[in-house]
Design a protein around this ligand. Structure first.
Ligand code: NAP
Length: 552
């Protein structure tokens, strides 16, 4: 089936800047926002997307730090609604780097002719719901007021950076870059003395990329991290033809797997003999992808003994590469620290070996934390100073909530989303929040987005659900939708039961808000029932007349 794009104009899709009244306002022009805009415009809505960036891309616009790349296979990190769009693009690698990903999103925006309905360089400062009109009044940083029936948030799960982390940052004499605010030009580190703080998926990509070119690299390590090696072959015409030929198969299977990847759980620890288990672990490890995490043994997430054995397997692989006991001590999680896969697993290429270079220094800051930034560099609690020219903050994000709590969002009765989520983070299937009528959401907590999910899979499903919901309302002459308090409570309970049965709930990371001072903890942010199951539940709720939601 091919898809024609020419029929996507609506009569009133006017020039940027002219509209003050919309049917739907979309916050964000990344993976979700682009597709949401395409769908709602096709449905005939007067819709516009707003983005703080100067161009499309979302995550792939902002995260242009050295080494940024996919760790989902490129051929599944795709829009699957159109065979023509899918086959019109060819990837150069299994896991391409940020520049190519950004170009692909430009290709999507151009092919679907989306830019004319996107207002760039525009920050959404506030969005207030008016109960009398049942509409949202949205204010931009430039003072423009937009009146809209639907507020659709496509602002990203990992888009509010933890940029101001240390006392004294403003005193630093050199450059400080947060990885997701890397300058579009400049940002040079070659030949300099550089510090990287953080060894999450981002820090690892930075470290392995810049280690060879900097004069000296100091890596500040608080919590050790399990890592898996990435295999990243080039793709020529044969590989492209191979994955293009799989379009229908991938479209029909990927959205129904546990993680929104092409692979799924096929092995069971309990019924597999010990020698066979080892062979399976070796096989999924050798795949050079996230398969060991997302298609190894699912019992790993529930049973401590299985988690311990698989964690030991990964730790042994890391130890064999690191060799030096001091490096092993700093970089490999201890058996009782936390289990492999209970927070985000990064893929790396030659990362561990970079610590063997004479210009790379691993500095443990668990027992001797970073106290402050000083003009010359970084000062630790014991007074030790590390002098550097550049500090790279790979310190992560206020995940799931930060993108929206940094906007002044007010729902019914003037209630503030920042205050509501400051007390307890709740949502109905990650698609709406009780108290905020006609605010439809993607990539917020209590849906699978980001944690155990290939993002494009989850975001396509959520935006399609939102488009279907709006279509349902228009066909039935409803103007307002809001989740009921009971509906939300039922989802929150189901979410917690699912999450609390896993070992993920026992590990501190951005998965449960532990990385942000003052953020409510104790609730795993992402739904862990699986992408396929979540999809079924969301589809069933809609088919049953939007169970858990009320219309006016
Ligand atoms: P992250 O996983 O939250 O890691 C932040 C790092 O900063 C951790 O090592 C953390 O240490 C450290 N840190 C924070 N504050 C610190 C402090 N005061 N002192 C010392 N260390 C400190 O953030 P991220 O690496 O940016 O990754 C976030 C998510 O983005 C990933 O989990 C992934 O979902 C996504 N991502 C995806 C890709 C991709 O390949 N597609 C690439 C990059 C990122 P502690 O662990 O001790 O807190």
């Amino acid at each position: 089936m091919t898809q024609k794009f020419a029929d996507t104009d609506t009569p009133d899709a006017g020039a940027v800047g002219s509209a003050t009244e919309l049917d739907a306002l979309i916050i964000g022009a990344g993976v979700a926002g682009l597709y949401q805009l395409y769908q709602l415009r096709k449905q005939g809505l007067h819709v516009r997307a707003y983005d703080a960036a100067t161009d499309v891309g979302g995550t792939w616009y902002w995260n242009r730090y050295p080494g940024a790349r996919f760790d989902s296979e490129a051929y599944i990190y795709q829009y699957m609604f159109s065979e023509e769009l899918y086959k019109g693009w060819s990837w150069s690698k299994r896991f391409p780097a940020q520049p190519e990903i950004e170009q692909w999103l430009h290709y999507v925006a151009d092919t679907l002719d989306l830019r004319k309905d996107i207002q760039f360089s525009t920050v959404i400062e506030s969005a207030h719901y008016d109960e009398d009109s049942g509409r949202w009044s949205v204010r931009t940083g430039d003072g423009e007021i937009i009146d809209t029936q639907f507020l659709v948030t496509c602002a990203g799960m990992l888009s509010a950076p933890m940029e101001r982390v240390f006392e004294g940052q403003e005193s630093f004499a050199g450059d400080i870059f947060h990885t997701s605010r890397w300058p579009r030009s400049g940002g040079e580190v070659a030949g300099k003395r550089v510090a990287v703080i953080g060894i999450g998926a981002t820090g690892i990509q930075v470290i392995q990329t810049i280690a060879d070119e900097v004069d000296h690299l100091k890596v500040f390590i608080r919590t050790p991290q399990y890592t898996l090696p990435m295999l990243n072959p080039d793709y020529g015409p044969d590989e492209v033809a191979w994955y293009h030929s799989r379009f229908e198969e991938l479209r029909d299977t990927v959205p129904h797997t546990f993680s929104g990847f092409e692979y799924d759980w096929v092995h069971e620890w309990a019924t597999t003999p010990a020698d066979k288990r080892q062979a399976i672990l070796e096989e999924v490890y050798a795949d050079g992808s996230l398969k060991l995490w997302l298609a190894g043994f699912g019992e790993m997430f529930f049973e401590k003994e299985v988690s311990d054995e698989i964690s030991a397997f990964v730790a042994d692989k890391m130890r064999a590469r690191l060799q030096d006991p001091a490096l092993c001590d700093l970089l490999i999680p201890k058996p009782d620290e936390y289990g492999f896969g209970t927070h985000r697993v990064p893929l790396e290429r030659g990362y561990l070996e970079k610590y063997h270079r004479p210009n790379v220094e691993a500095i443990g800051v668990k027992d001797n934390p970073i106290a402050r930034i000083v003009p010359e560099g970084i000062e630790l609690a014991d007074g030790t100073r590390h002098e550097v020219d550049v500090i790279i903050l790979a310190t992560g994000f206020d995940a799931g909530t930060g993108a929206l709590t940094r906007i002044d969002i007010r729902g019914r009765g003037g209630r503030s989303l920042a205050q509501d989520w400051g007390r307890e983070i709740r949502s109905t299937m990650g698609l709406m929040v009780h108290g905020y009528p006609n605010m439809l959401t993607t990539a917020i907590p209590l849906a699978p987005s980001a944690a155990l999910c290939n993002m494009t899979t989850c975001l396509q499903q959520q935006t399609e659900w939102i488009s279907d919901c709006i279509d349902h309302m228009r066909r039935n002459d409803y103007t307002i939708i809001e989740p009921t308090a009971e509906g939300e409570e039922a989802w929150v309970r189901h979410h917690d039961e699912t999450a609390n049965a896993t070992l993920v709930s026992k590990t501190n990371s951005w998965y449960n808000g532990a990385n942000v001072p003052g953020k409510p903890r104790g609730r795993v942010l992402s739904y862990i029932g699986g992408v396929g199951l979540y999809r079924e539940k969301a589809t069933e709720a809609a088919a049953a007349g939007y169970t858990g939601f009320g219309f006016e």
